[in-house]
Write a protein that binds this ligand. Sequence first.
Ligand SMILES: *Cc1c(COP(=O)(O)O)cnc(C)c1O
Length: 367
Amino acid sequence: MKKIPLVDLYAQYLSIKEEIDEAIANTIKNSSFIGGSVKEFENAFAEYANIPYVIACGNGTDSIEILLKAYGIKEGDEVIVPSCTWISTSEAVAGVGATPVFVDIEPNYFTIDVSLIENAITARTRAIIPVHLYGHPADMPAIMELSKEHGLIVIEDCAQAHGASIDGKKIGTFGHAASFSFYPGKNLGAYGDAGCMATADPAIAEKARMIAHHGQKGKHNHQIEGRNSRLDGIQAAILLAKLPHLEKWTEQRIEHAAFYYSLLKDSQVEIPKTKPGYRHVFHLYVVKVNERQNVRDKLLYAGIETAIHYPSPLPFLPCYASRGFKPEQFPVAVANQSHILSIPMYPELTKADQSVVARHLADKVLV
Ligand SMILES: *Cc1c(COP(=O)(O)O)cnc(C)c1O
């Protein structure tokens, strides 16, 4: 039976095999395992993201944590994060000793509900980390207005949203700084862990670079105790080879979303919405269904892989059990929880496969 995977990284490799093989071979030939293409990739990604300073690092979790550290956020501080995201967002806050304060998502777009942020602000609040979840931008204009009013730092978690924008302005350019992940399955993915920080603030850029490179300001000049969070040469070479394709891949994701829409709009499957003027880049295509387990089982039987992003809102994970959060505090996250389902979405997905997915999905839900 033909399988339809959630993502197919090998199909993408085959589509640019020569470029990738050459990038890897060159890195090995030059032994440029550290450094190498990193600077060139940083410059290329800065241009793509339209953010002046890009500092590559080991992964997207480090990049959030290093940025928080660069802004001096520490124990006793609070940082506002959405209730629904990958754990990196809150983990990084805890990583600098601060406390993540969870705010529920709004009902339509899975992103932080800006109308609830003000209530969560205390005298200890230092920053907000909005997440452009699944590829849909958070309401950055409203968040920046709030941040100005309350003097808060905004770090955009762009891990799932390379190339997304609001009224033509790219995400990552709204906040004081932005964090990107190049985890293999992300819209721009390396062949291992990778990430970067981005900001228009030269002082923060310098500090972030120092922290990620053992606190060095130039070789052996350790100004502070930093850490080691580097992008390695092979990953930089791969990312540099892939970046010129990113816009085309993004367009393909958007086209697939439009095709899913045409196939599913008259079914009882609730399809993802896009706020007017927003460019959703569909890192994930998350529908809502009833009787989710039955739907998943039926799709799996037909060879179609699905997933749940994520199986629990963050406040209800075991690691936050001691904080005693109640379901009533996060009604939207809780209401969505048993319905969300990620179906196959990747640039190389074919219309034929999408039709198969939609047929099985709609079929089941209408029963
Ligand atoms: C992937 C991801 C990150 C960072 O992940 P790494 O695996 O550390 O690169 C951060 N936030 C969100 C929302 C993510 O999806």
